[in-house]
Write a protein that binds this ligand. Structure first.
Ligand SMILES: NC(=O)c1ccc[n+]([C@@H]2O[C@H](COP(=O)([O-])OP(=O)(O)OC[C@H]3O[C@@H](n4cnc5c(N)ncnc54)[C@H](OP(=O)(O)O)[C@@H]3O)[C@@H](O)[C@H]2O)c1
Length: 327
């Protein structure tokens, strides 16, 4: 079967190839999924560039991508709750990375039934970004009437996070550039801040929480817009110490400016590395079927044009998700 693989660390144009690979065999806990659609995420780009090779070493060549939707075609001996023919979706675990192909073996404990009211392409757009947004906003305990700032509301994570925060009754501020303002408003955000014309730091005050999807100065600056005792959750900023230690960085300490900002606001800062979860995907399925969350897709590429999809991803300007449709 054909697979899109990274063949060496480097620029996208030099590092990707369509290769013939063997159909995977399943372990007792796995289901074999016939891939209908896959989605790509910024982490795929970072892996190709080699920036994560210390933390997430991969053999070369490796089939790319983590998000999948498809049909269960084989079931391992210990699998419960799935039947041949089930329509499913998943963010596959690191050791099973490689959804840009025809079949993928996935640990059934991170596979969920696909939302019934969306297409396979829409379902594939959800897992990694949706789980990230869901887990981060659950971490801050988002609830009705909270004021939350969600950065990059037009991104894959942000567009889901806005809808999830609204489903919980929060007041949502979000940042995006001029051309995205109207459609991001339509996702339900209460105050869309056009970062080309406005400075969110002059608009957001006393937020209960900030969802930092941008990192760099945005992580420290979040403490300028939250209330005393507020919460900042980041997926792109510096790791917090507990997370870094869990990743084996025993000597890691927070950057000093960030530590001072946290202390000045008696606030909390958590870096979250999303985790695959069938339970969370099943909750998300319910939200999608209830019409509370709609997948946001920028573009669907045929499998044969997957490399162009990665070039699109690399611009960093995706409006929602980039999806790849298998035959
Ligand atoms: N820790 C984790 O587990 C985890 C999980 C998922 C993602 N991430 C990371 O989180 C980040 C976001 O992921 P994603 O999938 O949402 O990325 P994405 O879909 O590629 O984000 C693209 C969006 O970012 C917006 N953007 C870029 N710069 C911006 C700025 N200065 N202010 C506001 N919006 C801006 C762009 O809007 P404009 O064109 O309008 O600027 C674009 O719509 C990435 O760095 C990713 O690696 C981490």
């Amino acid at each position: 079967m054909k697979a899109l693989q990274v063949t060496a660390y480097g620029e996208i144009k030099d590092s990707l190839a369509f290769n013939e690979v063997a159909k995977p065999s399943i372990q007792a806990k796995d289901v074999l999924i016939e891939v209908k659609a896959a989605a790509i995420n910024p982490i795929d780009k970072v892996i190709i560039l080699g920036y994560l090779k210390g933390m997430i070493p991969i053999p070369m060549p490796s089939t790319l991508a983590y998000d999948v939707s498809g049909i269960v075609v084989e079931i391992g001996a210990d699998v419960k709750g799935f039947e041949i023919g089930d329509a499913v979706y998943s963010r596959v675990p690191q050791e099973q990375m490689g959804t840009l192909t025809q079949f993928v073996a996935v640990d059934s404990t991170v596979v969920a039934k696909k939302p019934e009211n969306v297409s396979f392409e829409e379902a594939a757009s959800i897992p990694l970004a949706g789980l990230t947004a869901f887990q981060c906003l659950e971490h801050v305990g988002i609830k009705a009437n909270d004021k939350v700032l969600i950065h990059a509301g037009s991104g894959g994570v942000g567009s889901f996070a806005i809808q999830y925060a609204k489903s919980k009754g929060a007041y949502v501020y979000t940042t995006t550039s001029t051309e995205n303002v109207e459609w991001v408003k339509a996702l339900g955000a209460d105050r869309v801040i056009d970062y080309k014309k406005e400075d969110y730091k002059n608009i957001v005050t006393d937020a209960d929480s900030v969802f930092d999807t941008l990192g760099k100065e945005y992580s420290t600056d979040a403490f300028g817009v939250i209330k005393t005792g507020g919460k900042v959750v980041s997926i792109a900023g510096p790791m917090d110490e507990a997370t870094a230690h869990a990743f084996g960085m025993a000597d890691y300490t927070l950057p000093e400016d960030l530590a001072q900002a946290i202390e000045a606001k008696k606030a909390s800062y958590t870096f979250i590395w999303m985790h695959p979860s069938a339970e969370d995907l099943t909750t998300i399925k319910g939200l999608i079927e209830a019409g509370k969350i709609k997948p946001v897709i920028d573009k669907i590429y045929p499998f044969a044009e997957s490399i162009a999809a990665f070039e699109h991803l690399a611009t960093g300007r995706a409006k929602g998700k980039i999806v790849i449709k298998m035959n």
